[in-house]
Ligand binder design. Structure first.
Ligand code: AR6
Length: 179
């Protein structure tokens, strides 16, 4: 059970809709190993960012599963897109590492706000509830470490499906309780 910490809890939020609409320092892309685009949220980000994003991604030589790479936002009015590749299927350690790789880049680039989609829970088939718990635990632990909660102002969980809204609302209360 996680303790009440209003400061930590104020650093996380749920938002429902298309991730490309968010005005944050960086959005995270649930990409594939090629980083050259695909369906789902990856397709939406590449459509919104335009062909320059694909051109920049082509210089990155792909991305290993659970690793992350950063590019500009191009036609999306934000500083960065963090491209990561989640695991295929239910692999909690890999999912945790995927989020951690993105958070390493958030720290490295001194980003104040970042939005995550529900990585791996679409085409890659990670069941939604176990994924939600791994994600919230990983973010809670990361915010508790060192002065991470002072560095980052807002971590947004960008939800797209009705089922995820219910899950995140339910589990946010446990992982990020408020007084
Ligand atoms: N904004 C926010 N979330 C979205 C959007 C959007 N515009 N569109 C879909 N989602 P998925 P994965 C949600 O399949 O499981 C791609 O082809 C979606 O409802 O995009 O990690 C890549 O190239 C789901 O909740 O990513 C890879 O090949 C979540 O985003 C593969 O899919 C993730 O679903 C990666 O699969």
């Amino acid at each position: 059970k996680f303790s009440v910490d209003d400061k930590l809890s104020s650093r996380v939020a749920i938002w429902v809709g298309d991730i490309t609409f968010l005005e944050v320092d960086a959005i995270v892309n649930a990409a594939n190993n090629s980083l050259l685009g695909g369906g789902g949220v990856d397709g939406a980000i590449h459509r919104a960012a335009g062909s320059s994003l694909k051109a920049e991604c082509a210089t990155l030589h792909g991305c290993q599963t659970a690793d992350a790479k950063i590019t500009g936002g191009w036609c999306i009015t934000l500083k960065y897109v963090i491209h990561t590749v989640g695991p295929r299927g239910e692999k909690p350690f890999e999912l945790e590492k995927t989020y951690m790789s993105c958070l390493d880049l958030v720290k490295e680039h001194n980003l104040k706000s970042v939005a995550f989609p529900c990585i791996s829970t679409g085409l890659y088939g990670y069941p939604n509830e176990p994924a939600c718990k791994v994600v919230l635990k990983t973010i809670r632990n990361w915010l508790e470490k060192d002065d991470n909660a002072d560095r980052v102002e807002l971590i947004i969980f960008c939800l797209f499906l009705k089922s995820d809204i219910e899950l995140y609302e339910q589990h946010m209360r446990k992982f990020f309780p408020c007084s």
